[in-house]
Write a protein that binds this ligand. Sequence first.
Ligand SMILES: [Mg+2]
Length: 232
Amino acid sequence: MKYRHLLIDLDRTLWDFERNSLQTMREMFDKYELAKLCHTDFQTFLDTYHVINYGLWQAYNNGTLTKEYLYVARFSLTLDHFGLSDTYALGKQLGDYYVFESPKKTALLPGAEVLLPYLKEKGYTLSIVSNGFKEVQFEKMRTSGIDGYFDHVFLSEDIGYQKPDRRFFDWVLESLNAEPRQCLMIGDDITVDIAGARDSGIDQIFCNFAGAKPDFEPTHTVFELKSIMEIL
Ligand SMILES: [Mg+2]
């Protein structure tokens, strides 16, 4: 066995973030009657939210705003966009709803349910390595029934550095008491997961589910999770 430790990203690699998020947003849009309030349709509301959320995440990743601010602002700024005023209170309600409800959603990417028991059976040590928020990542793993496969969960919030920062991977290697060559990173994000691991001397499986055209060659590339079973 070439590798001992598999470092696996959670969101969009195992847990179907898009599907689960979409379902939560749909429920929220109906529950809070946002069509009436914002005079818009679901898709327009969602598209606007995505643009605002993306910008805020960039700022969060650069360390220029807190997650508490991000939680509320992604909704209050969306409401602002549709002409509502005094949007903090409703923004907070929507933010709380989203953070409370979305991790209860259980959709996994196709093949995850077959892959994880296979890898476990093969004797690999499985670790989650995620930049996602602590209060939701554990719940997502629990409700989707995959928490039992993992020996370790490494979250950037605990470590104090985010992937692709080398210090994140150094921390993981040290905690596992492992050499880079004994580890393999599996993830969907070419920069955060794959380049990050590469720069720490760790081989990678790039889960290219979005059809990206990377400017370097990862160790392995798969287009669906079940192809990982042909590699490991
Ligand atoms: Mg991901």
